[in-house]
Design a protein around this ligand. Structure first.
Ligand SMILES: [Cu+2]
Length: 160
């Protein structure tokens, strides 16, 4: 678990300029500075899905860890292959919504389900999933932001 946290932290910090290397030190995601503009990582990788749900725009990105961790050693025994990140904005104002509880369920063609809490990190929420098998994955995300409403977003992600 600890390793995973460190890796996510590394992934999130990677996209930042070297000068903000201190970001690597933030340790636990839970204690990280929230609400700090957009996360640089969100500018990397392709948007896997974007949807406005009841006034909230949700932008999902899926990143392959191998790609992101190039030149870095992958922690041994780690089976998660992809980082799922989601960013929320008020659809009208574009204001970033960085507080709330986010859960995601990922289901592969083999019907194996992975459900995880997405941790708040530098303006987005993220967690790592095992998408090692090729094929279509159904991603279901349930989120409750500050306004207390529970919203869901769904999309398909294909691993080639
Ligand atoms: Cu992240």
């Amino acid at each position: 678990m600890k390793r995973t946290t460190v890796l996510i932290a590394a992934l999130c910090a990677m996209a930042l300029p070297v000068t903000s290397f201190a970001a690597m030190d933030h340790g636990d995601h839970g204690s990280m500075d929230r609400g700090q503009g957009g996360h640089a990582m969100m500018e990397m990788g392709d948007v896997a899905h974007q949807e406005v749900v009841d006034g909230v725009k949700a932008t999902f990105k899926v990143m392959s860890m191998k790609e992101r961790m190039k030149g870095m050693e992958m922690p041994k025994g780690m089976k998660e292959t992809h980082h799922l990140a989601v960013e929320f904005q008020e659809a009208k104002s574009g204001k970033a919504l960085t507080e709330g509880e986010v859960k995601a369920k990922v289901q592969g063609a083999d019907k194996v389900e992975q459900t995880k809490d997405l941790m708040g990190m530098q303006g987005h929420f993220g967690a790592d999933f095992d998408l090692s098998k090729k094929g279509k994955y159904g991603v279901m995300c349930k989120f409750q932001l500050k306004d207390g409403k529970v919203r869901t977003a769904k999309f398909w992600y294909t691993v080639k």
